[in-house]
Design a protein around this ligand. Sequence first.
Ligand code: MF3
Ligand code: CO
Ligand code: CO
Length: 270
Amino acid sequence: MNFAFGHRNTLPVYLDEEERDGLRAAGEFNSQLLDFLRPHIKEGVTTNEINALAHQYTLDHGHVPACLGYRGYPKSLCTSVNDCVCHGIPDDRPLQSGDMVNVDCTTVVDGWYGDSSETFLIGDVSDEARRVTQAAFDSLWLAIRTIEPYSSVLEIGLAIARFARDQGLGVVENFQGHGIGRMFHQDPGIPHFPVKKSRKDILVPGVCFTIEPMLNLGSAHTKGPLSDGWTVLTADGSLSAQFEHQILMTELGPEVLTLTKNGPQEGHKF
Ligand code: MF3
Ligand code: CO
Ligand code: CO
């Protein structure tokens, strides 16, 4: 999520039980889509082929690919390879052994948005690629386990940034998580580093949002979007990894709406 997109609700939306079920169904379908794509995300496959599979699977199930046409975005998902931080546009380059690729899917199910992503390691990757991927995954779960009803959003940024910076990794500041529901991006914004205003954003039961940390092996700075209008790279060319889950805060604690069946689960070692 780009800061520049802005949030269109001034207040976060608190959902009742029926609305929560709508969002649960969207999160579940989005994870099902990632599980469907999983075996195809391998050496020799182009990101355009992954895009086509996702597009068709979503339509076949009667749902809508949210990225396609979103602010003019040309494809049905984002594929961010190696030093691409986010919003990479699928193309005809086959994935190669040693690549890392974040696949970020968003779908609309009966008017509710589901949004989640994973970084996939292709073939034999460097220790450094594995390290930044592990850290991005662990930082997401650390943040999830840090929050409880009425936590402030600030706690998310504090947890992720402390964890990543201790490992010498850059925490991207130009893009953040976001509230989500009947809109793709809404309040509250979820920065992955401490921002003072987040202290006032309280995770009241019924709020739904994403956490989607982007960690860089080098500097946190980004460049772009490129002339395609979307692609964002690390400023120094270093590798970047990201994971995203969609989370509903309930009276009992955070509920992760986008758990996959076959993907890396909490505690996974890459
Ligand atoms: N899925 C991204 C997010 O996590 C947003 C992608 S917008 C697109 O917020 F237009 F690039 F698809
Ligand atoms: Co998102
Ligand atoms: Co996303």
